[in-house]
Design a protein around this ligand. Sequence first.
Ligand SMILES: [Zn+2]
Length: 502
Amino acid sequence: MRNLNRRQFIKSGSGLAAAITLGSGSASLLSKSLKKTNSIKMIGIQIGAPSFVDEGVEACLDTIQKRACVNTLFAMVYSYKEGLSGRAWPPVDHGRQQPRPKFHGGYYATLHPKYYRETLFKDNIQVVRAPDEGDFDLLASVIPAARKRGIKTIPFLADQIHEDIPQFEQMAEWDLHNRKLSRVCFNNPHFRSYLLAMVEDCVRSYEIDGLLWRSERWGALSNALSLSRGAGAVKNTEIACFCPYCLEKGKKQGINVERAREGYRVLEDYAAAARAGRRPIDGYYVTFWRILLRYPEILAWDMSWYDSLREIYKTVYAKAKSIKPDLPVGWALPHTVSFNPFYRAIADLQELAKYSNFIKIIAYHNDGGPRCAKYVDALHNTYLQDLSRDEALAFEYRIMGFSEGGYDEIHANGLSSDYVYRETKVWVAGAMGTPLQIWPGIDVDVSPGENDPPRSREGVRDAVLAAFRANAPGMILARMYSEMTLDHLSGAGDAIRQLGLV
Ligand SMILES: [Zn+2]
């Protein structure tokens, strides 16, 4: 299974030979074809403020240019996630080598209060300024230096607000039982005005080359089944959102919101019983369908959540374009789109292309193994419990269009570059006929842990080769430069030079 990078493939776009192999001699054929048919490929990297502070702006840019031929920075301007805008621990072979300071996160550039007058932050927008790196302004410090080198800068904004911030509670999602969750509601007008103010601030205040907004969450149905996480027996499934704004919107859409709530209660009980191994008389799968048929409001409520997400996409896109019409605007999708057919079903690229210039998908080969295994655990804990775990994994591979090793193997070794190829190819095909660009995220030491799959320079190289072999117009090295070992980062450069892209 793991030698599939030599497999035959058919190129769907123009210019390449109909079928070639990616063996020792074929990379040059691919290289010639890429040169002939493509303009400059976007070679991106996710990088946060700590790296520039620890290593210096010029030194960082030197490293990523030399080792990985990067031409676009995805600068972590707004995030409360240490895995995006923090430091790795234990440290890798660059950056700060002492124990890392306590992480907080927030906005890593200068906030201009005049944009926030209509928001809950009208008197104290500085509360979202990240305190971690002092006065360091990520965009002001990096954009001029990057531009001199021909490197673009695209701010990366996440859909988060820290729970400790007083205004957060007024923007929170509510779960099925009216408990406030630690995440914001897309239908909350306070959150929307705050997000749009931040977009305006970012777009107007800096000479940026694009804007990326990220939301790695999913709707109530996937919450209820804990899809993508593989929940244990009694974990709070955080089925959301049932806040007053969502209820009001649902009613206006003609959804019977009380039936939706009741349906999710039944589904929650079903999932809890399934995780406890209490098999319904008619089996897990049939009973799951009985609930969906009895409560069609479950699906309507789930779709409403995704529609709200798409409304956010549309409004962010419109706001940014109203200021700079040519600014590329796009989104980062969660890894669950690789595994979760419900999320994949709503990710209709022909629709998204109307208000998206680019989309980052996650095609992490290493970390994808344990993540896929966890997803299969979630399936096997609930509606696919009638199958064996290996059968559930086989079902997953078949319906989602990739084929890898057994459960234990992907846990231990991750996924192969063939997964990167197949995943990229299907998304690129989905966007065919539109100008929408698909940029796969490439795993360079994502979230390393003790029992994680082995990582290597060659693995990164093969993943990058696979992404371009699938005709991606660009790719993003992820998750963050501060956790990438330099040798593994060089694997990206190996691939790019092999393909003659520089
Ligand atoms: Zn809500």
